[in-house]
Structures are given as C-alpha cells and as structure tokens.
Design a binder for this molecule. Structure first.
Ligand SMILES: *[C@@H]1O[C@H](CO)[C@@H](O)[C@H](O)[C@H]1NC(C)=O
Ligand SMILES: *[C@@H]1O[C@H](CO)[C@@H](O)[C@H](O)[C@H]1NC(C)=O
Ligand SMILES: *[C@@H]1O[C@H](CO)[C@@H](O)[C@H](O)[C@H]1NC(C)=O
Ligand SMILES: *[C@@H]1O[C@H](CO)[C@@H](O)[C@H](O)[C@H]1NC(C)=O
Ligand SMILES: *[C@@H]1O[C@H](CO)[C@@H](O)[C@H](O)[C@H]1NC(C)=O
Ligand SMILES: *[C@@H]1O[C@H](CO)[C@@H](O)[C@H](O)[C@H]1NC(C)=O
Ligand SMILES: *[C@@H]1O[C@H](CO)[C@@H](O)[C@H](O)[C@H]1NC(C)=O
Ligand SMILES: *[C@@H]1O[C@H](CO)[C@@H](O)[C@H](O)[C@H]1NC(C)=O
Length: 451
C-alpha cells in the first residue's frame, strides 16, 4: 500500500493535503479548542431560565405578583424533585399568601397578631406543589412538582408559575424594592442567577385576543447553567461499535472520575439488593460498578450499511440505582444528521444553532413509552435506531467518520473515546498512521494556539 511508505514530515503534508483526513483533523481540532468544561454552551448560547415577576395589583401594604419561570434552554430540563427558588427581600417584606407553590418554611411570624403570613423569612425558599394539589391552591401553569421540560422538547411544559401576595412592601412602582440574590436550585447545583432587572411591563391578552392588559410593573431575573459548578468530571460517557469491526470501543476508564468506586454495586447482584443501604438523603448516586463509573452511558453502534442509507443504533443505559431520568434529552452532533430519514422509538428535533450548519439534533423519549430512563437494572435503558441518507460527497466509514462528534445527555457533555480508539475500518493499514498523524497535528495546533 502506498501509504505505508510515507514517513516523517511527508506523512503530515500528505495528511494535510487529503480532504477526507482533514475531516477528522477538524474534529480533533474542535475538541482541542472547545473544552467540555466551559460555562458557555456553544450549542445553546442563549440558554437560560428566566424568572419574571409581574405585579398585577397593589394592595394596602404591598402587591400581588404573578411569578413565571420559563426554561429557555433547548435541551436541559429540571427533573424531579424539581426546582426551588430563593431570594433575599430588600427590606422586611413578608409573604401573605402563595397560590400554586409554597415556601419550605414559615419562619418567625411572632410579631403578627391574627392572620399570620405564609412566610416571614428574610430569605424565603419556594417550591412547586404536586399535580394533586387541591383545586383552590392551583394557578395556571403551576403544580408540576417542580419539573420543567426543556424548551426544545415541550415549550408548554417548560413553563412554571405561581402567584404571590407580598406585604410590608412598597405600594407604588417608585417605592417597591426588587428582591435580591436570587438562587435557583433543586436541580442540583449549577445555576447562577443575575440581579433582578426592571423590564417593560408584560402585556397580556384575553383568550379571544380582543382585550389587552398589562402588568403594573415587571422585573426579570435570568439564571444560567454552568457545568463546571456541578462537577469537574463529566456525568456521562460514550462507547462505540460497528458492524465492520469486532472491537467495541468502551467508555474511557474513569470517564466520570472514580471517586464513587468504593461505594459501587457489582452488576452480578442484578437488581439492587436489600443489603445496600439506600436510606440516604443526599443526592449522591449509587452506581453499578463499571470501568467508567458514569451514571449514564450512551452507546453508538453503526449497524447497517445500505446502498443509499445507513443505520445507527443508539442505546442509553442508566447505571444509577437511585435515579429515574424523567424527560431525558440526548444531543448528538454528526455531519450526516442533516439527512435524517427516520428515527425509530425516539422523538427527534434538529437543532439549528447556526443557520449554515444542521449537524446537531435532539433525541427524547416518546410520552408514556420511553420518556423516563428507569433506574439501573433490567429496565434501565432506552434504545432507538436512526436511518440516515448518505451524502455521497462526504459519507465514509473510514477514520471514525460514522461516529458522533459530540454527545450531551440532559445538557451535560459526555466523554467520548479518543479518536485513535475508534473501531477500525478493515484493511486499512493507513488508519494507525493517520491517527498518529492526527495526534501530531493536534499537538502542532495546540502549540500554535497556546504559544
Ligand atoms: C434568555 O434566553 C432567551 C431565549 O433564548 C433569550 O432571548 C434571552 O436573550 C436570554 N437572556 C439572556 C439574559 O441571556
Ligand atoms: C423577561 O422574561 C420574559 C420571559 O418570562 C421574556 O419573554 C422577556 O423577553 C424578558 N425580558 C427581557 C427584557 O429580558
Ligand atoms: C409608575 O406608574 C405610573 C402610572 O401608574 C407611570 O406614569 C410612571 O411612569 C411609572 N414610573 C416608573 C418609574 O415606571
Ligand atoms: C447578597 O449577596 C451578597 C454576596 O453574597 C451579600 O453581600 C449581600 O448582603 C446579599 N444581599 C442580601 C440582601 O442578602
Ligand atoms: C443506613 O443509613 C442510615 C442513615 O444514614 C444509618 O442510620 C444506618 O445506620 C445505616 N444502616 C446500615 C446498615 O449501614
Ligand atoms: C423509578 O420509577 C419506578 C416506576 O415508577 C419506581 O418504582 C421506582 O421507585 C423509581 N425509582 C426511583 C429511584 O425513583
Ligand atoms: C435539518 O435536518 C433535518 C433532518 O434531516 C431536516 O428535517 C431539517 O429540515 C433540516 N433543517 C434545515 C434548516 O436544514
Ligand atoms: C443532505 O442535506 C443537505 C442539507 O439539508 C442537502 O443539501 C443534501 O442534498 C442532502 N443530501 C441528500 C443525499 O439528501
């Protein structure tokens, strides 16, 4: 084979002049410049959760406000046990009542006689009610147990709202003071909220849209997610296999850190046995023992090669015995996702972050069928197959082209195997050389960038 003779710097220039090899080069280049732990999410640069307060009426000692949360993130949801919102009052405000939510504590209301406020804390924490809440405690878009779908999955289910009646507060738009130091929790750590900002009053329409009203005053708080705050390790990993190779490329060892290794459950015990003490109330996972120690693994199998199409099987496995992932989302980036022909047993939505590139899509479960990824064990997996039309100019099984460039589960980026470990296309002695060249080129580029 010709390529076996190429050596040294000839190899690199040969590599650089080849269009196909440039592809994987670009992939590595992207992986090198965009580290998985950055705060800014390039696939959802405007993703945020906005908390909007609309003052609907003034009362003798304060106001009544509708508080609305919108999850504008394309693929990151808030799972059960749901959101909590906290803030610090600017003065001595109290909450007389809440409809559609509640505070976790009442606090010290001993200075009041007769009717006691719902909450007298300087820093109240509000949680959602469960769907079974009594009718007179319900409010539109309330009572979802704090669960917020992602915007891309279901914009209607991505909204949560409650009504709050505030006392000992200002009673005009000049005297009211905006609450401070908002926090958004419950989804685990990860969200940071900016200051409340006055914005133009929200306009409401009557159901027939013939009458227009507006809030007396509106302020917004924007909260953004950062994976770094959650953990310095990924929370999922990806493994590969293909019909053309017997090799399975496993998740890299300790992809998610091996700190839980002493506390994991061996898979031979099958379903979680009663020996294991799960009466713990912290949020830490109880994992099945694996070499990657991730709570979630995504497997991408290149399954069938047709003349004009090819088929990939995707399986997501839960290794955490203590968590059901409700309304999970999976994001994959692959150049052929712009020609998805059919997706079996998952929903699929292309994500078009930049007008010109349509290579990223979101997969999520079918309602009441597989929208919940069950706890680790015999039912702890969901699967799908994806049929894509080959684009004759770019399609190839060589150099790992058939594998995804990025994968996210529930909005967190998953650790991929390193490119030189991808299943090899047979009869290609060049591939090892290319992966060597890829590494050299990546190192060369790192050198150019960082020097
Ligand atoms: C929040 O997200 C929405 C929707 O993507 C976007 O229009 C808005 O600009 C974002 N806000 C901030 C402060 O980033
Ligand atoms: C305030 O939040 C709402 C969502 O609740 C959003 O539609 C609106 O654009 C936000 N306003 C500003 C100025 O960010
Ligand atoms: C307060 O509300 C009045 C009308 O109710 C309006 O004329 C005035 O501009 C508002 N002031 C501010 C600071 O928004
Ligand atoms: C808000 O947080 C800052 C810094 O954490 C703190 O200095 C300030 O006192 C807090 N404000 C209120 C009203 O709690
Ligand atoms: C199980 O956990 C609970 C709470 O952490 C603890 O009180 C109890 O002693 C533990 N039991 C065993 C057998 O480890
Ligand atoms: C997951 O859901 C199943 C079925 O609804 C339930 O039996 C199980 O207790 C749940 N597991 C956890 C960890 O919440
Ligand atoms: C992106 O790809 C999907 C899947 O093939 C297709 O349905 C959609 O029309 C494409 N969108 C754009 C803007 O090209
Ligand atoms: C794949 O999608 C791209 C962009 O949507 C389109 O230009 C191209 O013709 C498609 N290829 C095939 C084979 O359908």
């Amino acid at each position: 084979m010709a390529c076996k003779k190429t050596q040294g710097h000839d190899l690199l220039s040969n590599f650089l002049s080849s269009h196909q090899r440039l592809n994987i080069f670009l992939v590595v280049f992207l992986i090198v410049i965009i580290s998985p732990t950055e705060a800014y999410d390039p696939l959802d640069p405007n993703g945020n959760i906005t908390i909007r307060w609309d003052i609907m009426s003034w009362t003798p000692d304060g106001y009544v406000a509708a508080v609305t949360m919108n999850n504008f993130q394309k693929y990151r949801q808030i799972m059960s046990p749901g959101w909590t919102i906290g803030w610090a009052w600017a003065r001595r405000e109290v909450i007389w009542s809440i409809v559609g939510a509640q505070t976790t504590e009442q606090g010290d209301c001993s200075r009041f006689r007769g009717n006691l406020p719902h909450c007298c804390l300087r820093r109240p924490t509000v949680v959602d009610l469960l769907p079974a809440a009594p009718y007179n405690q319900q409010y539109s878009n309330c009572c979802k147990g704090g669960v917020l779908a992602s915007w891309g999955q279901d914009p209607v289910a991505a909204v949560s709202a409650f009504q709050i009646s505030v006392g000992l507060a200002g009673t005009t738009n000049r005297t009211v003071r905006l609450p401070r130091n908002f926090t958004l929790g419950g989804a685990g750590p990860g969200y940071t909220c900016g200051p409340a900002k006055r914005v133009p009053s929200t306009v409401f329409y009557s159901p027939d849209r013939r009458r227009r009203t507006q809030a007396l005053m509106t302020w917004n708080v924007t909260c953004t997610y950062s994976e770094i705050l959650v953990s310095k390790h990924p929370s999922c990993c990806v493994s590969f296999s293909s019909f053309y190779s017997e090799d399975i490329t496993p998740c890299p060892a300790c992809s998610c850190g091996c700190r839980n290794r002493n506390n994991c459950v061996s898979s031979s015990s099958g379903r979680l046995s009663s020996r294991v003490n799960i009466s713990r109330n912290d949020d830490s996972p109880l994992l099945q023992c694996t070499s990657h120690m991730c709570p979630v693994r995504v497997h991408w199998h290149v399954k069938i090669n047709y003349k004009d199409y090819w088929r990939v099987k995707i399986a997501i496995t839960n290794f955490n015995y203590l968590r059901n992932y409700t309304q999970w989302t999976l994001l994959a980036q692959h150049p052929n996702l712009d020609n998805v022909t059919e997706v079996f047993s998952f929903n699929y939505k292309p994500l078009v972050p930049y007008k010109s590139i349509n290579d990223t899509g979101m997969f999520y479960g079918l309602k009441f069928y597989n929208d919940m990824l069950m706890e680790a064990g015999p039912y702890g997996n969901v699967q799908s197959e994806v049929l894509m039309k080959k684009d004759k100019d770019t399609f190839t099984f060589r150099q790992g082209w058939a594998f995804p460039r990025r994968v996210y589960f529930n909005g967190d980026e998953c650790r991929l195997p390193s490119p030189d470990e991808y299943p090899m296309f047979p009869s290609s002695a060049c591939i090892t050389l290319v992966s060597f060249a890829t590494k050299s080129a990546a190192m060369l580029f790192m050198f150019l960038i960082f020097s």
